[in-house]
Design a protein around this ligand. Structure first.
Ligand code: GTP
Ligand code: MG
Length: 584
């Protein structure tokens, strides 16, 4: 299937032509039929000579209904431009063409209708010239009469050629179905319709609603009036949503593949075509089927920042248009350059931002995004429309290679400085490092640690953490000398203080393996353990606490925790009567 939107001035015969081609009534409302004028979008389809199907989105031509027209053409990449032979090129011919051009629509046909009323040549020549100057370029033209049916076979053949020239849809892309209609079907609940431009939909799929994070479930699908279990782009689809009240959604909403779109109310864009120098500050942004008021902040000669009145699921590279609703005037096309731009808080930020934007063209550019964002999650980029084909540095974090290398160097400096300032601590806490390096996630710190640094117990330090600060090493040496011939006489607390061994110094010495801590301020030299086992093994087995204390020539203060430590290490075993044996 392919989908074509009509375009053209009021009363030029768009609906009549669609009706003649399809046998279906595009004017759905009684009021439209009574007034002989299209007000809202109409939908109809037919089979072409090739056997393929064309579906039409028929738009209103009246200038009051241009917003409806834009909701119809927004998601559709091909246009059937209709000009009446007897009236020729008119204001909404021009405005509709300007809209197609702004949206970058590149495929189309010209039908010169009412050819039974006037010579179609002048209207054809004028329209072709106007169209040739836009994104549509040179198009085929067919003169037709909706009244007599003249030219319809030629138009059908031309539609077939148009279809054959369209690019293949990306059926594996995520779904972003812009809703152009929503209604309630008795017994089924809420139904929305739209043009599926990419991806697939299946009954049972879970989707997100652009306006909320709540999931919605596809309960049923229709395409071309028939129930289906699945629909593949390009297609007109009607989606029945389970359990979603009708008032929760309407035109301008979008159904999205979960987790694949970033909702943004701030975008930096390039103005396409001939941007007016004096762009009004308040305009309406039309994209997909949505129309959202925006505030325009000029940045560079052809770049602006748009603040949206409500967030939309926009991707880098999206085409949209700005319209001045007061003046009935398409102010210009835009191409989205950045859907998550940095704030412009500092003086001069706007100027430097304009310089950055000058080099962007809306084509997703991973290396450029990494350079600008330095560190970003792969999922974040994908949700912006930037494929993230790069190896993550940690978790799903991608990094600009230069920035990553710089961070590695900074980490070494920070750890060295911290170690100098806190010589008694076994390295710098990972979280302190994370903050110093302004990293958003501790896995990044962990990934930056390289030998000889290592992470141990939540701190980053040198792998060879044996080096004790000078004065602690000296104090430990004094202990060694003083207690060489009485290794189980732990220094009294007072003596430790005299030696300059406070709790932090003792902690450092213990971590460095220079002292062994039995209890709060009970320390021994580390070789005391083996020596104790040797002495205890010489006692008659089993032995009591008191026998051990005497053999080791020490006090209960040391003997009790020492034996408990030996028990824990499995060197001794405590028997039910509290005596112990040395385990051999
Ligand atoms: N003689 C003649 N009349 C036509 C032809 N096509 C349309 N008309 C008449 O022109 C009038 C407007 O036709 P529509 O098809 O409603 O025009 P439209 O472009 O859909 O108008 P809007 O949707 O309001 O923009 C109707 O009275 C049609 O009968 C044609 O080829 N020949
Ligand atoms: Mg009409």
């Amino acid at each position: 299937m392919f989908v074509v939107a009509t375009a053209g001035h009021v009363d030029h015969g768009k609906s009549t032509l669609v009706r003649a081609l399809t046998g279906m009534e595009p004017d759905r409302w009684a009021e439209e039929r009574r007034r002989g004028m299209t007000i809202d979008l109409g939908f109809a389809w037919t089979t072409l000579p090739s056997g393929g199907t064309v579906a039409f989105v028929d738009v209103p031509g009246h200038e009051r209904f241009v917003p409806n027209m834009l909701a119809g053409v927004g998601p559709v990449p091909a246009a059937l431009i209709v000009v009446a032979a007897d009236e020729g090129w008119m204001p909404q011919s021009a405005e509709h063409l300007a809209a197609l051009d702004a949206l970058g629509v590149a495929y189309g046909l010209l039908a010169v209708t009412r050819a039974d009323l006037a010579d179609p040549e002048p209207a054809t020549a004028r329209a072709r010239a106007e169209i040739a100057a836009t994104s549509l370029g040179a198009v085929e033209a067919v003169a037709v009469s909706g009244l007599t049916g003249a030219g319809l076979p030629e138009l059908r053949a031309a539609l077939d050629r148009l279809a054959a020239g369209l690019p293949a849809p990306s059926v594996d892309d995520p779904v972003r179905l812009w809703v152009d209609r929503s209604f309630t079907v008795r017994g089924s609940g809420t139904v929305v319709t739209g043009t599926l431009g990419a991806g697939r939909l299946r009954v049972g799929d879970e989707l997100e609603l652009a306006g909320s994070d709540e999931p919605v479930r596809v309960r049923g699908l229709h395409s071309l009036g028939q129930a289906r279990s699945a629909a593949t782009a390009v297609a007109r689809v009607a989606v029945n949503l389970r359990g979603t009240p009708r008032d929760r959604l309407g035109r301008g909403d979008a159904l999205l593949t979960p987790g694949r779109f970033h909702r943004t109310d701030l975008v930096d864009v390039r103005l396409t075509g001939d941007p007016a120098a004096d762009l009004p500050a308040n305009l309406t942004l039309h994209v997909g089927s949505a129309a959202v008021p925006v505030r325009v902040r000029p940045l560079g000669p052809d770049t602006v920042r748009l603040r949206l009145a409500r967030p939309l699921p926009l991707l880098v590279g999206d085409r949209a248009l700005l319209r001045d609703p007061g003046r009935h005037h398409v102010a210009g096309g835009v191409r989205v350059l950045d859907v998550a731009p940095p704030p412009l808080a500092r003086r001069g930020a706007a100027v430097s931002r304009a310089k950055v934007l000058a080099d962007l063209d809306g084509r997703p550019d991973l290396a450029g995004e990494l350079r600008r964002r330095r560190l970003v999650r792969a999922g974040t980029l994908i949700r912006m429309g930037v494929p993230a084909h790069a190896a993550p540095v940690a978790g799903d974090w991608l990094a600009d290679p230069e920035h990553w290398a710089r961070l590695g160097e900074q980490l070494i400096e920070e750890v060295a400085r911290y170690t100098r300032e806190h010589p008694l601590e076994p390295g710098m806490p990972v979280d302190a490092l994370r903050q110093r390096l302004s990293l958003p996630d501790r896995v990044l710190v962990e990934a930056l640690v390289r030998p000889p640094l290592r992470i141990h117990a939540g701190r980053v330090g040198a792998a060879s953490a044996g080096a004790l600060p000078e004065q602690v090493a000296r104090a430990v040496q004094r202990v060694r000398v003083e207690y060489a011939d009485r290794p189980f006489r732990a220094p009294e607390a007072d003596r430790l203080v005299d030696l300059g061994l406070g709790p932090r110094e003792i902690g450092a010495a213990v971590r460095a393996g220079a002292l062994l801590r039995l209890a709060d301020s009970v320390v021994l030299l580390p070789d005391a353990l083996d020596e104790a086992v040797r002495v205890l093994a010489g006692l008659p087995q089993p032995f009591t606490l008191s026998a051990a204390r005497q053999a080791l020539d020490t006090t209960r203060r040391v003997a009790v925790p020492l034996l408990e430590l030996l028990d824990r290490r499995g060197a001794t075993r405590r028997l039910p009567d509290d005596a112990r044996i040395v385990v051999t």
